[in-house]
Each structure stands twice: as structure tokens, then as C-alpha cells.
Design a protein around this ligand. Structure first.
Ligand SMILES: C[S@@+](CC[C@H](N)C(=O)[O-])C[C@H]1O[C@@H](n2cnc3c(N)ncnc32)[C@H](O)[C@@H]1O
Length: 195
């Protein structure tokens, strides 16, 4: 399945290679705090299923050291070309299958994901963010099936699903419109207070 996805997305990004490089998602622009300073290492961010990397590269421009993960090497190559054009160095391009990945423990200050859903990753996001870290997530919900059927239900969030999954976090923004759900949430201290 992952191999099929890689081929499909490689072909799609190849076909789009002459199109202008995409802009970062508006939710990201309004949800990212200034990169914390005074740390031993630069604050880290992760863009999951980054595609051509427009969101992760914008995070790098804000001072985060960014991991871009995607299965499509063609998408990541386009991200590399854009990195070079913008003279960005603090970005790791990681060709990974997110069905297989282990994100680790308390590594990231920001995790963002756009237009991608693998439910098994949500518990990993919870672990992989530092306390006070921020999850910024936006993807299609079940209402989208009415607009663009047939759409695989596995790839669509249920209404209220993300709010329920992160009900023990501080939700800074939650929105479900006619086709997408948007969440911005802070990981709390273990005792329940935010940094
Ligand atoms: C709809 S695109 C979204 C890309 C980007 N987040 C954006 O908003 O432009 C979905 C992305 O998921 C990636 N993808 C699909 N299956 C994957 C997997 N198993 N592991 C890693 N990436 C995957 C595709 O290569 C593609 O870049």
C-alpha cells in the first residue's frame, strides 16, 4: 500500500513540478509562536506528510529546526530545491513511510500536519511533543464525502474526533467547516498546567 502511495504521489508531484511553489497553510501562519530562544539546541518542528514542504520550510524561516517527513522522494526533492533557493539549512528531508515510523519522546516544539490522516500517529504526536509543545493539524472531515464522493472513510476525520482525542490538552483553536477540521492544541504539564 505504501509503495502504491509513493508511486502515486511521486507522479502527482512530478506533474505539478512546473506549477508555482505552494504557499504555507493559513492556519500555520496564525498558530506558530516565536521560536523559543536560549535552549541548548534549536527548537525542533516536524511537518508530517510534508509533500513539497511549504509548511515545514516556513517553520524553518521562523527559526525552528525542521524535520520534513514524506514518502514521496519527488515531493522532497522539490522541497530541497526550494530550500536551496531560500538558502535554508536547518531542514532535514526524511523520506519515510509514516506507517512504520517511530517519532520518539518529547523531541518537538511543534508538530504540524496538513491534508493527511493516519490515526495511529496521534498517540505518537502526544508523546513526541515537549510539554508546552503545539500540535497544529488540519485535514478533511466526513463532511467532505458529501462534496467529493467517493472518499475513503479511513482518510476522513469524524466530526468531533480531534477535539475528543485532545480533550485533555489546552485547545487554542478548533474548527470544523464544510470539509476540514482544524486543531491547534498545547500539550499540558503532567499535572495539567501549561508551560
Ligand atoms: C494531500 S498530500 C498533503 C501534502 C502536504 N501536507 C500539503 O498540505 O501540501 C498527502 C501527502 O501524504 C504523503 N503520504 C501518503 N502516504 C504516506 C505514507 N505512508 N508515509 C509518508 N507520507 C505519505 C504523500 O506523499 C503526500 O505528500
Amino acid at each position: 500500500m505504501a509503495a502504491e502511495d509513493r508511486i502515486r504521489w511521486d507522479e502527482l508531484y512530478q506533474a505539478r513540478s512546473t506549477e508555482p511553489y505552494p504557499a504555507p497553510d493559513p492556519l500555520l501562519l496564525t498558530s506558530v509562536p516565536p521560536a523559543p530562544t536560549g535552549l541548548d539546541e534549536p527548537p525542533r518542528a516536524l511537518d508530517v506528510a510534508a509533500g513539497r514542504g511549504q509548511n515545514g520550510l516556513w517553520l524553518a524561516e521562523q527559526g525552528y529546526a525542521v524535520d520534513l517527513m514524506d514518502i514521496s522522494r519527488v515531493g522532497l526533492l522539490q522541497a530541497r530545491a526550494e530550500m536551496t533557493a531560500r538558502n535554508l539549512r536547518n531542514v532535514n528531508l526524511l523520506p519515510v513511510d509514516l506507517d512504520e515510523v517511530e517519532l520518539g519522546l518529547e523531541r518537538y516544539h511543534i508538530i504540524c500536519g496538513f491534508r493527511f490522516l493516519k490515526r495511529h500517529l496521534f498517540p505518537q504526536f502526544r508523546r513526541a511533543l515537549v510539554v508546552g509543545g503545539r500540535l497544529i493539524y488540519e485535514t478533511f472531515n466526513q463532511r467532505y464525502a458529501a462534496i467529493r464522493p467517493p472518499f475513503k472513510p479511513d482518510y476522513l476525520l469524524e466530526i468531533g474526533e480531534l477535539a475528543a482525542l485532545f480533550s485533555d490538552w489546552t485547545i487554542l483553536h478548533y474548527e470544523e467547516d464544510s470539509h476540514v477540521t482544524r486543531l491547534v492544541a498545547l500539550k499540558p504539564h503532567p499535572e495539567g498546567q501549561n508551560a
